[in-house]
Design a protein around this ligand. Structure first.
Ligand code: GLN
Length: 445
């Protein structure tokens, strides 16, 4: 497995740009140790794993795709890494990403862009684009991503793999480099639904090191993959099947809904009345939280520093030089909307919209078991197509952001090709009902 993975990486990595850091020697060494070990193996034992570079890995570079953390090596593991190491996974390296998770195309990496294995002129999605492209191209068996507004689901959709964003609080964020703390969640990117269930089983659960981690029992996800969805109530928001969604995407999603009907599900159209405000609310709230979270990168506490005439000058030079354009844009947006004169008009208003969106979903879940729709309004777009205008990039998150604002679990899985490119089907569940989400996904797959 290790040699296969390294060989595949050797063949494809120059083109794809998926890895920010590779530990080839470590991979071989761990494989040797596992070979000798025999017995007490688990389903994940020895599987080559790629980890998004905003997840802390002990003694391994962790840059969050940013120059400002270019030489940062954590002294501790994120909780998810502790869980996975107990399963004896084989960590291959750290995956490329949009800087601090800010982006939908991986073109905002502080290092180099990632390309889509289906078409090298197209983006892999983002911000977990390195993770998704690595799984899609068989460089690794599975990967971890993080999702704040769609960053696991949208790249999974663009690369034709499975991506699961757990309920907010289901998986510990301890050791995840914070972007927007009230939204960030770590989750698996895998080749199929069963693998996603295995990985979630391993990383889910309460963690005293993360005060927002929920003390909720973790069910047996694998036993939920029964395939039986007879009588299941499926809601399809009309807003995600109308204007603004590519016709090729709609067609594949409609076909997927027919498959669910054939399996016995009851499919009905519903409405998410506050959908139109979700992207605007997110792009106030996420930058507001980011502007606060990113204050810690000041040239004192972490590696990158540009000396200055005095302390303030040093801060300014370090941050001007270490952060990329999109990160600076968000810090400015966030600082503005949190400033005293504008707080009520922007930040507070956006929080209220967030509540309305959560309530839209609550109402639907009073009657329906899952909400289904596309993961993204388009298939993978061309490189540079959306970099000139950040607003068009932001709009690509229209189907994933409302789910993040409501904190719900959701999976993206492939549902066919449109003009040769993968389309993602999104299945959304009630809070902490990853079981329901996995069950429907498995029945479809
Ligand atoms: N594309 C969204 C953003 O740029 C979501 C990113 C994410 O989920 N990390 O904020």
């Amino acid at each position: 497995l290790a040699e296969d993975s390294l060989k595949r990486i050797g063949e494809t990595d120059d083109q794809l740009g998926t890895f920010l850091y590779k530990d080839e020697e470590g991979v071989r060494e761990r494989a040797r140790q596992l070979d000798e070990r025999k017995g007490d193996l688990t389903p994940l034992s020895a599987l080559p794993l790629g980890v998004k570079d905003n997840i802390s890995t002990k003694n391994m570079l962790t840059t969050a795709g940013s120059k400002i953390l270019a030489n940062y090596t954590p002294l501790y593991n994120a909780t998810v890494m502790e869980h996975l190491e107990k399963e004896q996974v084989n960590l291959v390296g750290k995956m490329n990403m949009d800087e601090f998770g800010m982006g939908s195309s991986n073109e905002n990496s502080g290092y180099f862009e990632v390309r889509n294995p289906w078409d090298l002129n197209r983006v892999p999605g983002g911000s977990s684009g390195g993770s998704a492209a690595a799984v899609a191209s068989n460089q690794v068996s599975f990967a971890l991503g993080s999702d704040t507004g769609g960053s696991i689901r949208q790249p999974a959709a663009f690369c034709g793999v499975v991506g699961l964003k757990p309920t907010y609080g289901r998986v510990s964020r301890f050791g995840l480099i914070a972007f927007a703390s009230s939204l960030d969640q770590i989750g698996p990117i895998t080749r199929n639904v069963e693998d996603a269930a295995y990985v979630l089983q391993t990383i889910a659960g309460h963690d005293p090191m993360d005060s927002t981690s929920a003390d909720v029992d973790v069910p047996d996800y694998l036993s939920s993959l029964s395939g039986d969805i007879n009588g299941l109530q499926v809601a399809v928001p009309q807003e995600w099947m109308g204007e603004g969604i590519d016709s090729g995407v709609k067609e594949k999603v409609k076909r997927a809904l027919q498959v669910l009907e054939r399996e016995g599900a009851v499919v009905e159209e519903v409405s998410l009345p506050h959908m139109d405000y979700a992207v605007a609310a997110y792009y106030l709230l996420a930058p507001a939280e980011a502007s606060s979270n990113l204050a810690r990168y000041d040239g004192v506490r972490y590696g990158h520093r540009i000396e200055g005439e005095n302390l303030v000058d040093m801060f300014e030079r370090t941050r001007s030089n270490g952060f990329g354009d999109e990160v600076k844009r968000r810090i400015m947006l966030g600082t503005y909307s949190l400033s005293s004169g504008y707080y009520d008009a922007y930040y507070l208003k956006a929080q209220k919209v967030r509540t309305l969106i959560r309530q839209d979903f609550e109402k639907i879940f009073n009657r329906y078991d899952v909400v289904v729709g596309p993961t993204a309004p388009t298939t993978a777009f061309k490189m540079k197509e959306k970099t000139v205008d950040p607003l068009t990039m932001y709009l690509n998150d229209i189907c994933t952001i409302p789910v993040s604002l409501a904190g719900l679990p959701a999976i993206s899985l492939p549902c066919g090709l449109s003009e040769g490119l993968p389309v993602g089907l999104q299945i959304i569940g009630r809070p902490f009902d990853e079981t329901g989400v996995l069950k429907v996904a498995h029945a479809y797959e």
